[in-house]
Design a protein around this ligand. Sequence first.
Ligand SMILES: [Zn+2]
Length: 323
Amino acid sequence: MNYIVFDLEWNQSAFGRSGEHPRMPFEIIEIGAVKVNEKYEIISEFSSLIKPKIYKKLHNSIRAMLNYDENELKNGKPFQEACTEFLKWCGPEEYVFCTWGSTDLFYLQNNMDFYYMNKLPFPVKYYNLQQVYADRFTDDQAISKLEKAVQYFDIEVDEPFHAAINDARYTAKVMAAMNQKDILELYSYDLYRHPKKKEEEIADYHAGFFEFISKEFSCKRDALLDKDLIALNCCKCKKKTSKKMKWFQVTQNTSMAVGRCWYHGYVIGKIKFKSCGGSDDNVFAYKKVTLSDKSGLEELKKKQEDIREKRKQKRHEKNSSAE
Ligand SMILES: [Zn+2]
């Protein structure tokens, strides 16, 4: 199997929201990719500039980053042509996408949808190397720029960043360097598309955690009645845990819970709700269960108390201003 490490550059409306196309807020202007074999060697490269159709003028922040401009983009290929060539180049051997972050895969599919191209097969499993870097090589979960990882692994910087092909090459080099810590189990599921019905739901134990991607629900409250979604099983042995903290709302779209496995100790569940993108309230949920410990439970308890306290204060302020 090959790895397709790709990077995109995109443009947006140079005139703010008013000039924005609702179906394509970000328009891809460059695709850069390298094909990497199982020994992490680059065996082929792909690079294409794309002639914009919607946003012909570069947004200032994008212009400042790129080392080309509108004049060069005029000579690019139409998106459908470049994208079709790219997807053909990815094969014919089996492959898996690898990117720095989750947005490239998101906008690739969004732009494909804009032109009514065939969708990628569902679900798309890929390596989010930015996430792998955060999980295995840094202490904090903060999002790291590619430059930081390149520096961390002492990779020679011989080409400028923010040209898609260069960033793809750097990402492939970072991936090769990360291989020292067995990263193959650390794949992700792309969330651009989600399961529509129960049979399509994704439940996967891998890399020591459990991931669950739910079907569509008409609202969050409905979702939280779904047995499969609120189940909190041990991410190691898949057995039911005893409840230590019920699901509680942490932010508007996040809920958390704690359970305890007889064999493996505490596990923490996190549910994130995502909009299905329509005009209604429809949501789907992404649940991740990870191993934790006593201090994880204590931390979460403290968090819950803080949230309760804040809500109480808010209510109090509301009441006293109403008087
Ligand atoms: Zn267990």
